[in-house]
Design a protein around this ligand. Structure first.
Ligand SMILES: Cc1cc2nc3c(=O)[nH]c(=O)nc-3n(C[C@H](O)[C@H](O)[C@H](O)COP(=O)(O)OP(=O)(O)OC[C@H]3O[C@@H](n4cnc5c(N)ncnc54)[C@H](O)[C@@H]3O)c2cc1C
Length: 428
């Protein structure tokens, strides 16, 4: 059994329901491989429309990125501005994507409320900091284009950034009212509870090892001579996608990503650092993100090991960035560090893939999956229920040089960091 990483989240999350391994051969309307946000949200939305759903996971639900992330509920669905989305998808699908992207954070907080999910949810908004012209231009475009669509966004100068987050690191920034934070493993387990309450059946310790056809049905073969047969198939394995479906693995590059958490900060530090408890990230090419949890720990995340994307690496660099942002943190103790593998796509947009008739996959959130994977689950259910998904169902879009992904990632991270030109630390 794959153990959970020793993260802050796995130590403090609400208990998950019992999800016993699949026993023998079962049938359902829909079989879903992967019990993270994507798979569990799809299960929840399908089950509440009366579909019989079985979800299979190699480990326990939430074991993947869904139980390991920074817990930031990021707005917009992806990083591209609304007009960039329209440039890529055209007017019709672009506008539908933007409306869907706009609704992602609401969906998370509405589900938390509707199913009474205890996951330390707060919604103070999302702040992005920047220090160069490229970041300023991006934030102005984001603000202008979302404001034109009725969203409350504020552009901030360096002093306002200092007042809001307590760091002198940024010369400018923006505030987007839609974002917030959750305890990610509790949220994952809450979705599992909710899906089960709606009638879905979720199995841990049930690794899918093959997919076969039986007439027009799909049969997911599970290790140990077990299987689930269903009319519809969803593969929701994101950065942990293996060779279950030919070519699916090549549509994403899993990149190691790292999170570290301090000890709970004392009253003096908390009065100065992130007093508004916002979710914060940066406009740079190599993203860093941070926030406080409900006990007052600083949670900060960033790239993992860039020389070997199959390893998480150590936490030196995120600690170093934390003290550049907040020099007063130089003496705090770091209690936890862990990592996982989010998935990057070629276009940096999430993908709803039509694998074959009645077979779909939703994946590729480019590090923004708390809200978007939850929405993808809903979109997958819409594709199955009445072909009404707001995401265009697309073909497999593979990286041409997938075998050379390590080289590409190392290059992007090294050159990206250099181009970002992060300012040095200000003295404590
Ligand atoms: C360190 C880190 C920090 C992040 N921070 C943020 C953040 O702050 N905000 C944000 O929006 N996003 C963040 N992300 C990204 C976000 O967590 C993911 O995009 C999201 O959780 C993806 O959900 P998912 O359900 O698609 O995939 P996952 O949660 O990864 O689930 C995939 C599941 O598939 C299962 N699986 C794989 N193969 C098989 C098989 N053959 N049979 C059965 N099961 C299988 C795995 O066991 C796993 O449980 C972060 C990710 C990481 C790793």
């Amino acid at each position: 059994m794959n153990e959970l990483p020793p993260s802050l989240w796995s130590k403090t999350a609400i208990a998950g329901p019992d999800c016993p391994p699949l026993a023998g051969h079962e049938a359902a309307d829909v079989v879903i491989v992967g019990a993270g946000y994507t798979g569990c949200s799809a299960a929840l939305h399908l089950a509440r429309e009366g579909k019989e759903v079985r979800v299979l996971d190699t480990a326990e639900p939430g074991w993947g990125c869904s139980g390991r992330n920074g817990g930031q509920v990021n707005p917009g669905g992806q990083r591209a501005t609304p007009e960039e989305v329209i440039d890529v998808l055209g007017d019709d699908w672009g506008n539908r994507f933007n409306q869907m992207g706009h609704a992602t954070c609401d969906l998370v907080f509405d589900l938390i409320k509707a199913y009474d999910i205890e996951c330390e949810a707060v919604r103070p908004g999302y702040i992005q900091g920047g220090w160069n012209q490229q970041g300023l231009k991006y934030q102005q475009e984001w603000a202008d284009q979302w404001r034109a669509r009725g969203v409350e966004i504020e552009l901030l100068n360096g002093q306002q950034m200092m007042d809001l987050i307590g760091s002198e690191h940024y010369s400018h920034g923006m505030y987007d009212s839609r974002g917030g934070n959750v305890q990610p493993m509790s949220y994952a387990r809450g979705l599992v509870h909710a899906a089960i309450a709606e009638g879905a059946v979720i199995h841990g310790r049930s690794p899918a090892i093959g997919i076969e056809k039986d007439g027009s049905d799909w049969v997911v073969v599970v290790e140990g001579a077990r299987s689930v047969k269903a009319k519809y198939l969803i593969i929701a394995t994101n950065g942990y996608t293996g060779d279950l479906w030919p070519g699916l693995k090549q549509t994403v590059v899993p990149v190691s990503s790292f999170v570290a958490a301090t000890q709970p900060l004392g009253h003096n530090l908390l009065s100065a650092i992130l007093p508004g408890k916002h979710a914060v990230s940066e406009s740079g090419r190599v993203i860093v993100y941070y926030r406080l949890d409900h006990k007052g720990r600083l949670i900060i995340g960033g790239r993992g090991n860039f020389l070997n994307i199959n390893q998480i690496g150590d936490n030196t660099h995120v600690r170093e960035i934390a003290t550049r942002l907040f020099p007063a943190l130089s003496d705090v103790k770091w209690d936890y560090h862990w990592g996982g593998w989010p998935a990057i796509t070629k276009t940096h947009m999430p993908m709803l893939v039509g694998l074959a008739p009645n077979a779909f996959s939703g994946l590729g959130y480019n590090g923004r999956g708390v809200a978007m994977a939850t929405m993808m689950g809903k979109q997958l259910s819409m594709a199955i229920l009445d072909d009404s998904a707001d995401l265009r169902v697309q073909l497999l879009d593979k990286f041409t040089f997938h075998g050379m992904r390590q080289l590409g990632i190392t290059y992007r991270l090294v050159v990206g960091s250099w181009l970002d030109g992060r300012p040095p630390a200000k003295s404590a």
